[in-house]
Design a protein around this ligand. Sequence first.
Ligand code: NAD
Length: 251
Amino acid sequence: METKEAIELAIGLIQKSSRIVGFSGAGISTEAGIPDFRGPGGMWEEPGLMDQLSMDGFRNDPATFYKTSVKLFSTIARAQPTRAHRLLVRLERMGKLKAVITQNIDGLHQAAGSTVVYELHGTYRTGHCPKCAMRFEMAPFYSEIEKGRLQFPLCPRCAVAIKPHVVLFGEPLPVEAWKGAVQAASECDLMLVFGSSLVVYPAADLPMIAYDSGARLIIVNLGETAYDHMAAVTIQGKLGDFAEAVFAAIA
Ligand code: NAD
């Protein structure tokens, strides 16, 4: 199918759906300047990064964990929502979209104005002490680490490394976010899958849950995904272009 024809089909599905759920991956934020993991030029091309950003990496060497992750967190802190983030807000305000499920930690859906957001992989903004569970706003620590004045933040009570509320490889997903996401996926009539390679589980189970519950899938991604054959529409292109075309049609 030609891209133009696929976009028109997608617009038609969006127009006739009333219980839409957005499902986003790192690809929705690349046009905001935040690199993804598996797209071209993605962060996984850097050797050793996956180990450093795992739960074992954090436990064994928090200084390296923070040195590496602060580069991403500082980029996120400066980023602004994209047209695709804003499209999901518009659909919510039209009463058509019920929730956004995201694998991202960047908070850009909330910054754009989405009000029901399930953050499956947590957020970079806050953190906690793994021993006493005291909570922290992380921005001041990131700033000190960036300036080279701090290696990693320590809990003032327990003197152990504070962990950001980001789900690392080897950690379970936050239970409430997962439950909300499963419910949203099973109740939607259309899932907009935006910028995800759909290879990270269990998050990637959610489009399958939506599909098995009778929802249509629209997948917009630069590359192919393993779910393309199940989708009513797949568009291999940039989300910004897709969002612009939809905005023009629903204005
Ligand atoms: P991924 O990196 O595995 O895949 C991103 C996909 O988006 C790729 O297939 C790529 O081709 C596509 N893409 C990139 N730019 C695009 C664009 N402009 N338009 C359309 N598609 C585009 O990301 P994932 O599936 O979300 O999963 C990996 C993990 O990465 C998640 O667990 C997430 O927590 C983490 N992550 C988050 C951020 C963030 O918060 N912004 C950034 C990097 C990684």
